[in-house]
Design a protein around this ligand. Structure first.
Ligand SMILES: *Cc1c(COP(=O)(O)O)cnc(C)c1O
Length: 524
């Protein structure tokens, strides 16, 4: 394929619409952007001059590149424009409502960013001498104290770097506690159907056999079925609460008591803590370990794979096994970092480390800023408003879309709908793709698995009523079209840079390396 150095390809798809085609493939400010390899050629570079020989031969002492490495050469404006154009094709919480259920995509207050950028926090290095980072340790410790107070637990491991990483940390604590009791033979972890997918993955990764516990027709854990399965081979249960159907597990205390009675531990997936912060303390429900996604409940930005932070709060029974390092306030008022060298007598049973250093400092700073700026009463209102917004969505749409658990009462932080009642041949994906045309990121689709064609919507507390009303209007309009069988919906999105990609193929067989097309391919 011969490429014009400017990146414009004579064979680029015609842009615009049938009655208003464009020469460039662009549609006004929506720019058609080729791959960087298609813009720059490997044999061009931004520098035109031949290299001047160094005075004493080569400065690279024999380390010169022997063969080209195949990277495209671009001028600086070309490179800057390429990445800026791509970045404008992103959807972001700063652009509009992000209805992804289970993800708690809320506004991130700019105050968090201001504090995180203060040089004393932003430039701190984990290998600095401890006496030069007292302020950073103070922040980690203060956040730990808040998390313990908000959850009513005994201790907290701050180092895990995401929710799923926190799950692993909690399960490794449980494993260490069982081994210390001489009960390492307990090999089963029970996971209800309404749990998040990371829960069974974590249990399996830690070497446990995973067994399902069914959900009731109401979308909650079947307590009788759980009790019937408990026994001396059960190491733990992992329960998501509020669960992925957006419902609070009301039997949580009874579940914990039953699991403890047979010698097991209770892991709670606390990623949905946003719905209950300030209203319920997991410690009062008999939970032994629970991760908190700072990047959900406490607003630090997330998406696209990071950054995250998943501290794990621990019961008194599990705290001795928590990972190193951690912070502790000493009698003299200073915060000390407890590491392998000094853990000896104070923390001899730790299962080890989760990370090289102390956790995600940038997330700690943001989360503590968020907590302090809301205060205890403000955090409680966060939960109340998040639940109110979700119920507003549920009640506004239940007449249009099938809402499988709506009759069971109010939901928590997210509303769930199914694809029942759409026209023959139409399903959740058609609604999701049409929402892209309406300018929204789609909701979470086909999850949780207990609901056919699930659509899970979590508005969070940071959206105004006007924003919710516009979203509800868009979803209603799209849903009515899917119920009426509007054929245009089957080929949505019509206004996105690309239409329907083969997402399964992309996930199963990702093409991660660009290869120069052969002559035959280029001629196609
Ligand atoms: C987001 C989420 C997780 C996983 O958290 P990560 O930080 O993405 O690893 C686990 N459980 C539930 C219920 C979640 O919503």
């Amino acid at each position: 394929m011969t490429l014009n150095p400017s990146g414009w390809r004579p064979e680029a798809p015609q842009g615009g619409t049938a009655d208003a085609p464009t020469f460039t493939g662009n549609r006004a400010l929506m720019l058609e952007e080729p791959l960087i390899f298609e813009i720059g050629a490997t044999d061009t570079t931004g520098v035109d001059f031949a290299l001047t020989p160094a005075a004493n031969g080569s400065r690279l002492a024999g380390l010169e590149r022997a063969a080209p490495i195949g990277l495209p050469g671009l001028s600086e404006p070309e490179a800057v424009r390429h990445y800026t154009r791509l970045s404008r094709q992103n959807y972001a919480i700063d652009l509009g409502l992000f209805p992804l259920g289970s993800c708690t995509m809320k506004h991130n207050p700019r105050l968090n960013e201001k504090v995180a950028r203060m040089p004393g926090f932003a430039d701190v290095h984990p290998l600095q001498p401890v006496d030069t980072v007292q302020g950073a340790l103070e922040v980690i410790n203060e956040l730990a104290v808040w998390l313990i107070a908000l959850t009513g637990m005994h201790g907290v491991a701050m180092t895990p770097k995401a929710g799923a990483h926190g799950e692993l940390c909690g399960i490794l604590c449980i494993k260490a506690a069982l081994e210390a009791r001489g009960e390492g033979h307990r090999k089963v972890i029970l996971v209800p159907e309404s749990a998040h997918g990371t829960n069974p993955a974590t249990a399996a990764f830690a070497g446990y056999a995973v067994e399902d516990i069914p959900a009731t027709a109401e979308g909650r854990v079947d307590l009788a079925a759980l009790k019937a399965r408990l026994g001396p081979d059960v190491a733990a249960v992992m329960i998501t609460n509020p669960n992925t159907c957006g419902l609070f597990e009301r039997d949580m205390k009874a579940i914990s008591d039953a699991v403890h009675a047979v010698g097991g531990y209770v892991y709670c997936d606390g990623a949905n803590f946003n719905a209950i912060v300030g209203r319920v303390r997991p410690g009062d429900l008999g939970i032994d370990a629970m991760h908190i996604n700072l990047h959900k409940t406490f607003s630090t930005p997330h998406g696209g794979g990071g950054p995250g932070s998943g501290p794990v709060v621990l019961s008194e029974a599990l705290s001795p096994y928590g990972p190193l390092p951690f912070t502790a306030r000493m009698a003299d008022g200073h915060v000390r970092l407890i590491e392998e060298e000094n853990a000896g007598e104070e923390h001899p049973h730790s299962f080890g480390r989760m990370t090289a250093f102390h956790g995600q400092m940038g997330m700690f700073t943001r989360a503590l800023t968020y907590i302090l700026s809301h205060g205890a009463d403000g955090l409680r209102q966060v939960a109340e408003d998040a639940v109110l917004n979700a119920n507003y969505i549920l009640r506004s749409l239940e007449g249009t879309l099938d809402a499988p658990f709506a009759a069971a009462g109010p939901c928590m932080h997210e509303a769930i709908f199914s694809d029942a009642g759409l026209a023959e041949g139409f399903s959740t994906i058609d609604i999701a793709k049409a929402l892209i045309d309406e300018g929204y990121h789609p909701m979470t689709m086909y999850f949780p698995l207990v609901v056919h064609g699930a659509m899970l919507i979590e508005p969070t507390e940071t959206e105004s009523k006007a924003t919710l009303d516009q979203f509800i209007g868009a979803l209603k309009s799209v849903a009515e079209r899917a119920k009426a069988g509007d054929p245009a919906l089957k080929s949505a999105p019509h206004f996105a840079p690309r239409r329907r990609l083969d997402e399964t193929l992309a996930a199963r067989k990702p093409v991660l390396v660009w290869k120069e097309p052969t002559l035959a391919e280029a001629a196609e």
